[in-house]
Design a protein around this ligand. Sequence first.
Ligand SMILES: *Cc1c(COP(=O)(O)O)cnc(C)c1O
Length: 249
Amino acid sequence: MGSIGSNLQEVKRRIAAACALAGRDANIFTRAPAPGAFDAPPCGVTLLAVSKTWPAAALREAHAAGQQAFGENQVQEALAKIEALADLRARLQWHLIGPLQSNKTRAVAEQFDWVHSVDRLKIAERLAEQRPAGLPPLDLCLQVNISGEASKSGVAPADLRALAHAVVALPAERVRLRGLMAIPAPATGRDAQRAPHRELAALLAVLRGDGLALDTLSMGMSDDLEAAVLEGATVVRVGSAIFGGRPRA
Ligand SMILES: *Cc1c(COP(=O)(O)O)cnc(C)c1O
């Protein structure tokens, strides 16, 4: 592994190479700009740096190398980093990508910019109620259990459409449904990796066909970001390829 700065450059190079292979040069959906786009992201794919388990100093280093969007999967850990990096708040975007319990929604509604892991209406309703009026709407993705794993969170594909239509009916000045997120079961080989990403893209297409103005496919991690970009990812969530390996659970 190189420095955080050189790792970021390498990940961006991988994203750009996958975009070139896919013939993509812009956000493939109609509604621009892509999420997190303080800077125009390469070929419409926003790089979310997944900083879970890493201390605030590592995020500061990534920010110094140009990174603005950070993904965290535990609310308490994220809140501590948001506080530690309060001096940079206006230049950072905070994305919750891990499970959210009802008793933590208020802090998330107050402190985050995005939640990728909404998988039931009650959570979206609480976020809408608790999003402070002075802030822009909280951007939401619905997490889909695309590989049908019993142990994984996420709405079942069969229940997605009803959930999406209920979430878009919530007050638009508080929450804004932007798209879908998935964490497919690990797979080896480009074709096997592409299959679940293609399924998520197809689910988004159904919702767009219903008239929902969704522009975000949050899919692809360190090991499969090329497969995700080839299937239309607009946000890739990359941790270990930027910050280094973490102890695996
Ligand atoms: C940890 C995590 C990632 C990043 O995984 P890497 O393999 O380290 O890139 C992406 N998405 C979610 C939801 C995660 O929890």
